[in-house]
Ligand binder design. Structure first.
Ligand code: PLP
Length: 367
């Protein structure tokens, strides 16, 4: 028996006709950058999120980076993020010349702890970027209240949260000034390669991001700003538009697997994900925590069950951020979560029987 962590091929198999037709349409159109296929996907994804605008960009890191730049944040500015986010959240800030200020997550939700944010605000703080980690929405209402009270901008890293709801409302509108998305193939909504987008209700910000992602040019060969080249290719836009109508159903299958894991593992001595009453997560990952993580991981691997770590090293301990001078012990919650985190197989095409086998194997090895 082998159970893989995530299989992407079955998504293509399920939607082969739609995806092949979408690709053929792009090939026949002769438009390979920009054009109507891109606009159509942007409109549909904005609708899906309940946002006024969607702008496609090259990937999720660029979405975050361009959002930061569009808000005029750069050298000398500070931006607050969770100390256990994926490294891209920090990279987007440092790419813009600003400084990431880490705030510990709530150890139960793994999301930015609103109670710890205000102590880290300084006169240089410009924005907060909560990540909806693992597809679990961050607690946006108190975070937005803090941002409003201190005149800070709010950007959401929604790269793992396509379709999630917070207080009944889709992530993607209503809270952040700009919400950032990745369509990396393994995300809940994934392209055939790299892709990303931002959603926003602010027409000027949407326009700024489109300009910044197009060399800083509004008019061809006229450059108002030093932009970058970061666009969502029509080939990806076409495939994403074909997949979007299935996203809710795929997320529902993930929720079935999560429900099975939560039931079957309820009495195990491990920390399970906790879903607050205001959250409808989309289970990008199903993450447990245990001090015996490495032993559990080895035992599962011996039975052919693949697991992953999200993430084994928090950003402040990465060599890339050695210059921040934040050594071991700076963020003990993020550091402990990194040591204890274990992601179980999860995806829309994981068979319930296989998920049951994963749970059984896990029960046996923690008993
Ligand atoms: C995937 C991811 C990103 C980066 O997206 P890419 O498209 O891979 O650049 C950023 N933040 C989080 C939380 C992610 O999971």
């Amino acid at each position: 028996m082998t159970i893989s962590f995530l299989e992407l091929k079955p998504i293509y198999d399920e939607l082969k006709d739609e995806i092949d037709a979408a690709i053929a349409e792009v090939m026949a159109s002769g438009w390979f950058v920009g054009g109507p296929v891109c606009t159509r996907f942007e409109e549909r994804f904005a609708d899906f999120c309940g946002a006024k605008h969607c702008v496609g960009v090259g990937n999720g890191l660029d979405a975050l980076h361009l959002a930061i730049r569009a808000l005029g944040i750069g050298a000398g500015d500070e931006v607050i993020i969770a100390s256990n986010s994926f490294v891209a959240t920090a990279l987007a800030i440092t790419m813009a010349g600003a400084t990431p200020i880490f705030v510990e997550p709530d150890p139960i939700s793994s999301n930015l702890d609103p109670l710890l944010i205000e102590a880290r605000i300084t006169p240089r703080t410009r924005a907060i970027i909560p990540t909806h980690l693992y597809g679990q929405p961050a607690d946006m209402a108190p975070i937005k209240a803090i941002a409003d009270r201190h005149g800070l901008r709010l950007i959401e890293d929604a790269a793992q949260a396509h379709g999630a709801r917070y207080q009944g409302q889709r992530v993607g509108s209503g809270y952040g000034d700009i919400v950032c998305w990745s369509f990396y193939p393994s995300k809940n909504l994934g392209a055939l390669g790299d892709g990303g987008a931002i959603t926003t209700d602010d027409t000027d910000l949407a326009e700024s991001i489109r300009v910044l992602g197009n060399y800083g040019s509004r008019l061809r060969y006229v450059n108002d700003e030093r932009g970058v080249n970061s666009r969502l290719d029509p080939l990806h836009a076409a495939v994403l538009a074909a997949k979007l109508p299935y996203l809710d159903a795929w997320n529902a299958r993930r929720a079935q697997i999560a429900a099975l894991y939560l039931t079957e593992l309820a009495d195990c001595p491990i920390q399970l994900p906790h879903v607050p009453e205001w959250a409808d997560p989309v289970w990008h990952l199903f993450v447990i925590h245990s001090p015996r993580r490495d032993a559990i991981r080895t035992a599962l691997a011996e039975q052919g069950i693949a697991t992953q770590l999200h993430y084994p090293i928090p950003p402040h301990l990465q060599q890339a951020y050695a210059d921040l001078g934040l050594g071991e012990g700076s963020f003990p919650i993020a550091e402990r979560l990194a040591r204890e985190t274990l992601s179980l197989p999860m995806g829309p095409h994981l068979a319930l029987d296989d998920a049951r086998r994963v749970a059984e194997a896990l029960r046996k090895c923690v008993r």
